[in-house]
Design a protein around this ligand. Structure first.
Ligand code: UDP
Length: 456
């Protein structure tokens, strides 16, 4: 009698940049005969289902993956963009809900986001094995593992507040550490930082409970980091499927009209602009970007999430700008797009990005030069990978007032698009990324080991 498919529970941190790589990993596990229970908090679960339903073609495209939800520990009316409140709810309540679910499902493995490390403790208590997934750079996790030492060395106090400002090179050929852009560095009250630091520290410690720690990166991208931290195993760049047809757990419905729009443009002509799921621009910065894009005279596809700007522009701007640039035939503004398909499109010339790790890997694996515009946390270190280590992009430079002007946007876009060296290095890195996940490549081999461990 054939044995039942091994059943694992996959648990992302409740945010887009975590749901996507863990969903991609889930599809890969299903391809290898696993059955996946994919656990999201209720608000995230509802968004995933809503986005899936709107995408008729894909509505039944998740065989082998059962989507389930748990409460997120906040009350109905609570503001989930208040990171302090959000993290507090997550850390206090979620481990209990995960414990109940593990008992109900009887899974043998928890494949959990490192940012949900608190749940590793409950899994171990129940005798469930843990595989830890770090959805960002190997260097990022390596730096976090060194935090106790960095406190001793006087970079931070014991609550995570920086005692020195600036960027510090901890290891050669690894991006510098920015003391004010650590994963726990969130805007808001002092209390918020402390909650966040405690959570990040506990989660980092919990990685030691895992049988394996895998990450969404590849050896050639971070050779130095993986030499320094050999216990972090790269299995990326992750991708749901080669054809990019399987749903990746979008929280907003994709506007797929932009694909036909791209089809109508020549090769390497379009500037793609997107800042992930968190970044917010103030109205002045937003306007400079809009005008800078127009100034280039190049076609552009710009993702403007409904909450991307902190007010002040008003409905009139949103009525006028998108239709004017659409009318000129050179601009398209969407709320959310199928980014992976966009970056794989032959018409895209470059990517203006906040350098979230997923976006960075997606740019890399398609050989697209990146104009870096980091917003917070690890995005500054990711910028260093792009600009200084891989040299596959450039960065915008804000003025003394912190604003990136329209002239700067225009100049840097012209520079990056005309730079043959950047284009060539981006192509070489893309080839390395593809080789790593092809049969016999380093990520491919690592993934095979990961699968056999989970099958034991
Ligand atoms: N993304 C997308 N459509 C968009 C904008 C972003 O599908 O219009 C996806 C993108 O492909 C990436 C994720 O959203 O996988 C954002 O993750 P990232 O780590 O880049 O940034 P974060 O949202 O965590 O800041």
């Amino acid at each position: 009698m054939a044995s039942a498919a091994p059943h694992v529970m996959v648990l992302p941190f409740p945010a887009q940049g975590h749901v996507t790589p863990l969903m991609e990993l889930s599809h890969r596990l299903v391809d290898h005969g696993f059955q996946v229970t994919f656990v999201c908090t209720e608000p995230i679960h509802a968004l995933v289902l809503n986005a899936l339903r709107r995408d008729d073609e894909n509505s039944d495209a998740m065989p082998g993956i059962r989507l389930v939800s748990i409460p997120d520990g906040l009350a109905d009316g609570d503001d989930r963009r208040d990171l302090c409140k959000f993290l507090d709810g997550v850390s206090r309540r979620i481990p209990g809900y995960v414990e109940e679910l593990i008992r109900e499902t009887g899974v043998k493995w928890l494949v959990g986001d490192a940012n949900m490390g608190l749940c590793f403790e409950v899994a171990k208590k129940l005798g469930v094995l843990v595989a830890c997934v770090w959805p960002a750079s190997g260097a990022g996790l390596g730096t976090l593992l060194r935090v106790p030492q960095l406190i001793q060395d006087g970079f931070f106090d014991d609550k995570g507040f920086p005692k020195r400002t600036g960027a510090f090179e901890l290891f050669p050929n690894v991006p510098p550490m920015y003391t004010s852009h650590m994963p726990w560095s969130i805007d808001g009250a002092t209390e918020g930082q402390e909650v966040s630091f405690r959570l990040v520290s506990r989660n980092t410690q919990a990685t030691s409970l895992a049988e394996i720690v895998v990450c969404n990166s590849f050896l050639d991208a971070e050779t130095a980091a993986f030499e320094l931290f050999p216990d972090i195993v790269p299995i990326g760049p992750l991708c749901a499927d080669q054809e990019l047809r399987k749903p990746v757990g979008q929280l907003l419905p994709e506007d797929t009209r932009c694909l036909a729009w791209l089809d109508a443009h020549p090769d390497s002509s379009v500037v793609y602009v997107a800042f992930g799921s968190f970044a917010v621009f103030d109205p002045r910065q937003f306007r400079e970007l809009a005008e800078g894009l127009e100034l280039t005279g190049r076609p552009f596809l710009w993702v403007v999430r409904p909450d991307f700007t902190s007010g002040g522009l008003g409905k009139a701007w949103f009525d006028e700008f998108p239709s004017r640039v659409a009318g000129n035939g050179n601009g398209m503004v969407v709320n959310w797009c199928p980014q992976q398909q966009v970056l794989a499109h032959r018409a895209v010339a470059c990517f203006v990005s906040h350098c979230g790790w997923n976006s960075t890997m997606e740019g890399v694996r398609n050989g697209v030069p990146i104009l870096c515009w980091p917003y917070f946390v690890d995005q500054f270190a990711n910028r260093s990978y792009v600009c200084d280590i891989w040299r596959t992009g450039l960065a915008v430079a804000p003025g003394d007032d912190g604003v990136v002007t329209k002239e700067e946007v225009n100049t840097k876009l012209e520079q990056i698009i005309g730079d043959q060296g950047i284009a060539e290095r981006a192509r070489v890195l893309k080839d390395a990324a593809r080789r790593s996940v092809s049969v016999g490549g380093s990520s491919y081999q690592n993934f095979k080991k990961f699968v056999s461990l989970l099958s034991e």
